[in-house]
Design a protein around this ligand. Structure first.
Ligand code: ADP
Ligand code: MG
Length: 394
């Protein structure tokens, strides 16, 4: 047992809350983080590259066994009453947030792992629907809780795959594997560079403090809806593009072959497909370029223009930005940001800006002012510091 604190709260608080809600002691406490993606957006379902980091914000799960083959879940954010489901609940049988937890048990069992029931209490400070992957933090925290309660021999990458299966096949959100992989496997102080084709990962040092820099997260508080049509239609276009080009995945289109590929697509498909393909192929190249710069130990200011180019690609080619996200990026850049982009799946959520730490107040004030003038809901700000992936706290 380790004593620990998370979200500025001692772990005993979660044990105590569990006991108050369920009338029995917790047998363990686990946590899994949200994430922010530095670059590599919508590349993780076509074998591409991603470069996210885990956040200090986590979903915490306190849990204990149940011996009746049922899963009882409570979320201190969404519900105080327990929702109880049989372990053999099928996809479609669980509505709402509980699917993100019950689907983990389902995915574990589908993969042949033997688990029994559990009583779980979730408490999270990852903003929900802000493009910071609160969903993966729920899935990954439940996954390590069930692993430890039932003594399963599963690694972080194994559990990331389980958590992805849960979102894709039980919840019905067609996401790639980035969110779950970084939430499970990230390392403090580092970006998590993942090749989603080979599943090879590398921890890339990311010490902004040393350079007087801050990665500002601007949560526009406009929610996205991943299981909604926009995300699915982009995914479809990416798959159509690969099929029309005769390659297994867009990862197989080298940047040098892009122009030719676009000419071919122009003859075969709706022009939007070509734009989606251009985003994915150029985005993989941007991730590669950012990793190369950071791995030399160079000043991270150098990656700024690549981040901004990533935003333009998401805005103009992938067409998933919003007026709020575009304004956050534009105002940050006008106020000295070295680079800025929307982050996450799009259609709302958060933007990031790489700024000098001593200009933070200036940048946030300028965004506040621009948002007020545009009649937008006021944004929420925090500085992203790369944190550890999923872990047992007690
Ligand atoms: P994101 O992952 O970007 O925050 P998603 O739409 O993928 O947005 O996931 C949000 C969903 O995850 C919520 O609608 C809810 O179903 C579930 N979720 C996230 N955090 C919690 C929480 N603390 N308690 C219960 N469910 C949660
Ligand atoms: Mg999500």
């Amino acid at each position: 047992m380790t004593s620990n604190s998370v979200k500025g709260q001692p772990v005993q608080d979660f044990e105590q809350a569990f006991e108050e809600l369920t009338g029995r002691p917790a047998e363990g406490v686990w946590a899994a983080p949200g994430r922010v993606n530095l670059i590599g957006e919508h590349t993780d379902y076509s074998g591409g590259l991603v470069l996210p980091m885990a956040l200090p914000q986590v979903c915490t799960v306190a849990g204990a066994f149940r011996d009746d083959e049922q899963l009882s879940v409570r979320s201190r954010q969404l519900d105080s009453d327990a929702e109880v489901y049989p372990l053999d609940a099928a996809p479609g049988a669980v509505e709402g947030w509980a699917a993100y937890a019950v689907g983990i048990a389902w995915a574990l069992r589908r993969a042949g792992h033997r688990i029994g029931g559990a009583e779980l209490v979730l408490d999270s400070n990852v903003p929900i629907g802000a493009g910071l992957s609160s969903s993966a933090s729920v899935g990954c925290s439940v996954a390590i809780a069930l692993r430890d309660l039932y003594g399963l021999e599963l690694t972080g990458p194994d559990l990331a795959a389980i958590a992805r299966d849960c979102e894709n096949d039980f919840v019905g959100a067609p996401t790639g594997v980035m969110d779950q992989a970084v939430s499970m496997n990230a390392k403090a102080g580092h970006l998590y560079f993942l090749d989603t084709r080979s599943m090879q990962a590398e921890h890339v040092p990311f010490d902004l403090d040393r350079f007087g820099l801050t990665l500002l997260v601007i949560d526009t508080r406009t929610a996205h809806e991943h299981s909604g049509g926009g995300y699915a239609s982009r995914r479809q276009a990416v798959e159509d593009g690969a099929r029309l080009l005769g390659v297994p995945e867009l990862r197989d289109v080298a940047p040098a072959d892009l122009e030719l590929a676009l000419i071919r697509l122009d003859e075969l498909a709706d022009p939007a497909v070509g734009r989606r393909v251009r985003h994915v192929v150029t985005e993989n190249a941007r991730v590669q370029a950012v990793v190369e710069i950071l791995n030399t130990g160079a000043d991270p200011r150098q990656v700024g223009p690549i981040l901004t180019a990533g935003h333009e690609s998401l805005r103009d080619d992938f067409e998933i930005s919003t007026p709020e996200l575009d304004a956050a990026v534009a105002v940050a850049l006008q106020n000295g940001a070295y680079g800025a982009r929307m982050t996450g799946g799009g259609f709302g959520g958060s933007a990031i800006a790489l700024i000098d730490t001593d200009r933070r107040d200036e940048v946030t004030a300028a965004i506040d002012k621009a948002y007020a003038e545009a009649g937008f809901k006021s944004a929420r700000f925090f500085s992203a510091v790369p944190a550890d992936g999923a872990r047992r706290l007690a």
